[in-house]
Design a protein around this ligand. Sequence first.
Ligand SMILES: C[S@@+](CC[C@H](N)C(=O)[O-])C[C@H]1O[C@@H](n2cnc3c(N)ncnc32)[C@H](O)[C@@H]1O
Length: 640
Amino acid sequence: SQLNNFSCSGSSENAPLKAKFHYREGSVDGVVYQLNDTAYVKAEDGKPDYIARIVEFFETSDNEPYFTAQWFYRAEDTVIKNHSGLVDNMRVFISDVKDDNPLDCILRKVNIAQVLPNVDLAEKRKEIPSCDLYYDMKYTVPYLTFSNIDNENVKIESENNAEKSDWSLLDLYSGCGAMSTGLCFGASISGIKLVTRWAVDMNKYACESLKLNHPETQVRNEAAEDFLNLLKEWEKLCNEFIFKPLESAASDEKADDEEPETQSDFEEFEVERFISVCYGDPNEQKKPGLYFKVQWKGYDSNYDTWEPIEGVSECKDAMRDFVTKGYKEKLLPLPGQADFICGGPPCQGVSGYNRFRNQKAPLEDVKNKQLIVYMDIIDFLKPKYVLMENVVDILKFAGGFLGRYAVGRLVSMNYQTRMGMMAAGSFGLPQFRMRVFLWGALPNQNLPAYPLPTHEVVSRAVIPTEFEEITVAYAANENCKLANAVYLKDAIKDLPAVNNDESQDERNYGTTPITDFQKYIRAPSGKLYDHLPYKLNKDDYERVCKIPKTKGANFRDLPGVIVKGRKVEWDPAVERVLLTSGKPLIPDYAMSFVRGTSTKPFGRLWWDEIVSTVVTRPEPHNQALLHPLQDRVLTIRENA
Ligand SMILES: C[S@@+](CC[C@H](N)C(=O)[O-])C[C@H]1O[C@@H](n2cnc3c(N)ncnc32)[C@H](O)[C@@H]1O
């Protein structure tokens, strides 16, 4: 942190100062300061003045007058940095960082009020007294955490959380629901019954899969941006049909009664009932908007159609029935109804493989737009807790622009926030998978900690220094007992051999599971599913057959290349070997991948390894994912 290195006259980096006398007050340029006063403090040229609370006055053994500062942080001094515009510019954050500075660094007094954290931003604003600046949270520097200040006046609802019968969870970008399933398991360990009430994903198959496993969930197969628009429309509908004062509802009905005939003159079909609602373009006519799925009187469900709101808004009774039923069944969450939101907004614009990344304005890249949508959904629904997951690249790309934005948005909405970096491998998975997590908790809730690792795994990710401390780990001096890592053999060695062109989707195992992991992962039915590899084409298959079945084998073991240091080169003494098709055995892309330094192309995995992060497309051209002993990539089941 820049404040950490602060030194008005270079003293704070030196050995601790010896104090000769302590004082209750001090005078600078004729102005008297008391202990606990807050003041601006001289910064380096060109920088805004620092802000401190004076917690000690003393005279050094060299007779120099000094004070101890406890620093306040502006949003731009925190991890939020260049997104400080998101945060009210009167708002500062108290820290535990203290250091000693010459008394004459103090410039002038500043009136800083402490305000109780308030979930309701408008209410909070009303409570801010006349002051220059205010603070309602503390900032913990090494962990980049924003949290409540210990204060007995802050009421924490979550202390009674266990008594609440059911907590509802919205899983955004749910895929087939791994994250929410894990979160619900975790909550149940803490005695909280968390239920995934709603899930949103634009992938049809992911939605079908989630629905099969979670019949209790309202699964919405739509884009998150459409979901957000729908939430806003749904609130309007609920306001109109559920919350509207009876009087105005009655006068609406009168208006309905006045024109029944004209309506029926025009209508050939009569609405039986509405069965669904969405925001989008369900008829693919490039007319996005609010649509209702209509069941027509006298027609079966084959004739159901999506109708725009404008076409059916006169059908008030059917609409009231649909909204009332939907409201009762919590078809969609209204603000405050989702206790938790979890999900990882895809930020494909930061991926290291993407050459066209927008470094200057990452949020203008449509591939990163979902981070804004995700935060807008949180802003609208105001859940008690948020858990976001993302790739480590959001902290690396463009100086961590997107990670900082995410924290900035949550803090501006009055959430406490805590970042954490965890590798799935450290929690008993045979896959490394390092990810960044971000908790958000409203100020009337406890900000959760991250679980400590359970398994031994060597870190392989390069993490920017500023974010090093958010890696969830035991302190060096802590006595921890970690289990051995789960290796590839522990996870898949029990599975029967299959070929590159395997097509049988369901079969019996025909083998006995040995390890705990193998036993745990088998379906209760005892059947083996999805044990099919992504089929290699003829050329790749021929290449793979030639890769030795040994640890660390890859394309460099094929004839025609030599390795100098870390780099691979063509062997001038060997003529280029060709495949049956006439194509080269070793393709050019394998030689040039990461400027010839990579051993990943056509790499074999080995039994005693933790697999690198599994990605959607099992592509052997730039990833090591060949089975140790079989000529194929891992199957879907093995990857899972
Ligand atoms: C990495 S996966 C999520 C994995 C999931 N959290 C889990 O635990 O299994 C990202 C998901 O985002 C979905 N997705 C991408 N863009 C979306 C959008 N605009 N709206 C809704 N879903 C989207 C994809 O279909 C994909 O299933």
